[in-house]
Design a protein around this ligand. Structure first.
Ligand code: HEM
Length: 304
């Protein structure tokens, strides 16, 4: 027996002894274990059975699959943010590498949005969309979690209420003034739509926990923990600005243009006043305002 082999067996033995397990039993298990296949490992059968149409129109499947791809990418983004945020004192190299991973995933979302914009027949969309009412991508919880974990809460508060909210405001109060509440409220009566009520019924508790968790460890806070010198690093600042712009302008515009193409002057499935609500110049959602000049902040999302 080679040295390498003996070393591995010894390490395995130590591993199981440490948890009071019989190494022989585990080795015997290995003897009978089924070799892994691609399809078992990647769970392709489960994955490819998740596309369930509500209509007979083929393009509805494009719509479902692309949304699912988006949710997987959202999960990849949250996976990286979670690790970075929970690293006590990330080095600048680690921070930059993880930020680039997150950014690459969001770049995929923006550069692929044509799959929605150009990839479905308008006539088909106009038919199958009715079966989706009153659901909307607005109800994507992971999208909101990416926001909560990217920036300080104040940057997600509706512009009109920012002056009334600070770090001592209870989370439940801040929640009621998040920018996206505007999409789910009748602005004359303040009454919440079914879209928003259902969304909150399912996720509000989780969101409040998440808001609190990321209050001190969101991406912006982690950036501020880097050595002062590194916070001035032009490449790192460019990467932060790129992420901010990609999420809050490029993606938003790709999404808005798709809505304009399909819905035109019509009503959205979620029922929001979408033409006003969705434009970045109205939302003015900016993750890292300190990294933009006054002029850039003032003209955010304009001329698009
Ligand atoms: C043809 C394709 C699409 C159209 C026409 C469309 C349309 C809309 C509209 C009109 C809204 C406003 C809320 C409402 O429904 O009243 C909205 C919100 C939203 N949609 Fe889409 N959408 C499309 C594709 C997508 C995709 C692929 C995603 C990815 C998950 C997505 C995610 C979202 C999110 C996160 C919001 C909330 C945005 C915010 O609060 O600023 N949408 N969408």
């Amino acid at each position: 027996m080679t040295n390498k082999f003996e070393n591995i067996v010894q390490e395995i033995d130590e591993k199981y002894k440490a948890i009071n397990q019989k190494t022989e039993a585990h080795l015997e298990g290995l003897l009978w274990a089924k070799p892994i296949t691609y399809w078992d490992y990647i769970q392709t059968d489960a994955l490819l059975n998740l596309q369930v149409q509500r209509t007979t129109l083929p393009d509805e499947n494009v719509f479902i699959m692309y949304h699912q791809v988006n949710e997987i990418l959202f999960k990849m983004i949250l996976w990286e943010i979670n690790q970075l945020s929970h690293t006590e004192k990330p080095t600048t190299t680690f921070f930059t590498e993880r930020l680039m991973r997150i950014s690459r995933y969001f770049d995929m979302l923006t550069t692929s949005f044509d799959i929605m914009g150009d990839g479905m027949e308008v006539e088909q969309y106009m038919k199958f969309r009715h079966t989706l009412t009153p659901a909307s991508g607005f109800q994507s919880a992971q999208y909101r979690m990416i926001e909560f974990s990217s920036t300080d809460l104040i940057n997600l508060i509706d512009y009109r209420f920012r002056a009334t909210i600070d770090r001592n405001t209870p989370y439940t109060h801040a929640f009621e003034h998040l920018y996206w509440q505007a999409a789910g409220k009748d602005h004359t009566t303040g009454e919440k739509s079914y879209l928003l009520l259902e969304f909150e019924r399912k996720y509000k508790d989780e969101f409040l926990r998440y808001m609190e968790e990321y209050n001190t460890i969101n991406l912006w806070r982690k950036f501020k923990q880097l050595p002062e010198e590194d916070q001035k690093n032009t490449e790192l600042i460019a990467a932060m600005r790129h992420y901010d712009k990609t999420v809050n302008i490029t993606w938003v515009m790709g999404h808005l243009n798709a809505a304009r193409k399909y819905i035109g002057d019509g009503d959205a499935t979620g029922g929001s006043d979408w033409k006003k609500y969705m434009h970045p110049k109205h939302q003015r959602r900016i993750f890292f305002p300190e990294l933009w000049t006054d002029e850039e902040l003032k003209t955010w999302g304009e001329n698009l």
